[in-house]
Design a protein. Structure first.
Length: 280
């Protein structure tokens, strides 16, 4: 008798949406299958390691990619699925294969982390994992994610603001400050330790252990929520519920700054951090 296989993907949307509208659902559904095959970006394999039996890297050209739940204009065709199944050495005519392709869950962008959907006979409830292991060597670290993307570049915080923030954090005693992110999408800020692309497990352990992370809304800040890393994040009111409750299954501490949208002054961010850290 052939194994029952779940073939999940390909995921080609943004990282934050992958965290809260995809990977936890695939993890939950995988419990009903003998084998689970996941298809996503090279950089996100770690999300699936605890339940995925086979991972296929799939990194399509940026093309029409936009800041979105899913790659705009991208179609999962029968030919593409057949090609990916051949990579996984799956012959659909000889094997029981259920194919799960990404779908809109709930009411984006207001999707809550508890949303459910039906897949065949299964009511799929997301199953989240808390990532990272607390490490003593990182307990006094502060993390910055200096977003530097070509998608919505107007939302990037200028480097001079980051330098001001880092310099003043050091003046009040925070000497272990690190920059994280992908090297082509984030900056290494002067005065910080460059831990961009430091390795996935190292990053997860860092986020599980650090005092806090600073940054504008981004996938890295959403990942911090799943590592339990307290965060000071800024954006517009549009993202408030997402950080404080909708995409925060473990109740990670968040200071969400929206008064000045994507461009608060660093003095303001620093003052709010000082208020926050002094709260009992």
């Amino acid at each position: 008798m052939s194994d029952k296989i779940l073939f999940a993907g390909p995921w080609v949307g943004e990282f934050g949406w992958e965290l809260f509208c995809w990977q936890a659902y695939v993890r939950s559904l995988s419990r009903f299958y003998d084998k689970t095959v996941c298809i996503s970006s090279t950089h996100t394999k770690f999300l699936y390691d605890d339940f995925c039996d086979q991972f296929i890297e799939f990194d399509p050209e940026e093309g029409e990619y936009k800041d979105s739940y899913y790659k705009v204009g991208f179609n999962v065709t029968k030919d593409l699925l057949q090609t990916l199944m051949m990579k996984a050495n799956i012959i659909s005519s000889h094997t029981k294969v259920d194919i799960l392709v990404p779908r809109r869950i709930g009411d984006p962008p207001r999707t809550h982390f508890t949303e459910e959907f039906m897949f065949g006979e299964h009511r799929v409830r997301p199953l989240y994992k808390k990532y990272g292991i607390k490490k003593e060597e990182y307990k006094d670290f502060i993390v910055v994610h200096a977003r530097s993307r070509t998608v919505r570049p107007e939302d990037n915080w200028p480097e001079k603001k980051w330098i001001f923030l880092v310099d003043n954090l050091k003046k009040i005693g925070y000497t272990n400050i690190v920059s994280i992110g992908l090297k082509d999408k984030s900056m290494h800020i002067e005065g910080t330790i460059d831990m961009r692309e430091c390795g996935q497990q190292t990053l997860l352990n860092l986020l599980a252990s650090a005092k806090c992370i600073f940054g504008p809304s981004s996938g890295a800040l959403h990942l911090a929520s799943l590592c339990g890393c307290p965060q000071i994040v800024w954006s517009t009111d549009y993202n408030f519920d997402r950080y404080t409750k909708n995409w925060n299954p473990f109740g990670t501490k968040v200071m969400f700054l929206s008064e000045f949208g994507w461009h608060p002054k660093p003095e303001y961010v620093l003052s709010k951090f000082m208020e926050w850290k002094n709260e009992k």
